[in-house]
Ligand binder design. Structure first.
Ligand SMILES: C[S@@+](CC[C@H](N)C(=O)[O-])C[C@H]1O[C@@H](n2cnc3c(N)ncnc32)[C@H](O)[C@@H]1O
Length: 222
């Protein structure tokens, strides 16, 4: 199946990037980033453990912690926001994290073109942009087609884990994941917060606004 997304799930704004973040990109990209190539990756060349992919890691604080605490897994973080890439590259270097690689590119294109079918243990999507206005909702990352793309890249038994603090988006996620014939909800409805997931920056913002945090955990069963 080919999924071409015409409307991006992000808008690239000229964001302030600190000199430290810029320097980290210059110094560490070669070592910790995989270049976007549009060609299928040889997973075993870069990753020696079951691979978990995080889409839209923001500043990458949770990403680095998860990788650091789970040395028996490999991680790939995909993000388009340069300050976050710089921040995460510094953190990888500071903490000597050897099981985490980064791609600076649109995750939809990366997954479509670079990630082989049935090769991924888990997808993590923490607090994706909610695009709350009705006219923006077409920008939301999680829809039926993208879910099918994720499923095709998962191994049977692999999982999709996501969280949001936007109720309307949570309901949409639940609807599209539940409608996918190859996925099974591991909970009756909403998942519990897994012990391995630290609080993320956008989760803290949502909590300050008294938003309810919704989590979803589905497995590919066939
Ligand atoms: C609302 S922020 C959440 C950041 C972080 N996960 C957290 O919970 O704090 C969403 C992030 O997803 C990134 N993003 C959105 N669509 C993306 C895409 N198609 N590919 C890569 N990154 C994307 C944005 O740049 C942004 O940094």
């Amino acid at each position: 199946m080919e999924y071409k997304q015409n409307i991006k799930s992000y808008v690239l704004r000229a964001s302030r990037i600190s000199s430290g973040q810029k320097l980290a990109i210059e110094k560490y990209s070669e070592k910790h980033c995989i270049k976007y190539s549009g060609q299928k990756l040889d997973i075993s060349e870069y990753f020696s453990h079951p691979l978990c992919i995080e889409i839209g890691f923001g500043m990458g604080t949770a990403t680095a912690q998860i990788a650091h605490r789970n040395p028996d897994k490999s991680f790939l973080g995909i993000e388009v926001h340069l300050p976050g890439i710089g921040r995460l590259l510094s953190k990888i270097e500071e903490d000597g994290i050897g099981n985490l690689k980064v791609i600076n590119h649109d995750a939809v294109e990366v997954i479509e073109t670079m990630i082989p079918e049935s090769s991924v243990e888990g997808f993590h999507i923490f607090f994706p942009d909610p695009w709350p206005k009705t006219k923006q909702q077409k920008r939301r990352l999680i829809n039926q087609e993208f879910t099918q793309l994720l499923v095709s890249r998962l191994k049977v038994g692999g999982y999709i884990y996501m969280a949001t603090d936007w109720e309307h988006y949570a309901q949409q996620m639940l609807r599209v994941l539940s409608a996918n014939q190859d996925l099974q909800n591991e909970y009756e409805l909403w998942a519990e917060k897994p012990i391995w997931r630290p609080e993320t920056a956008f989760e803290s913002k949502g909590k300050k606004k008294n938003h309810i945090i919704r989590e979803l955990y589905f497995k590919r069963v066939k």
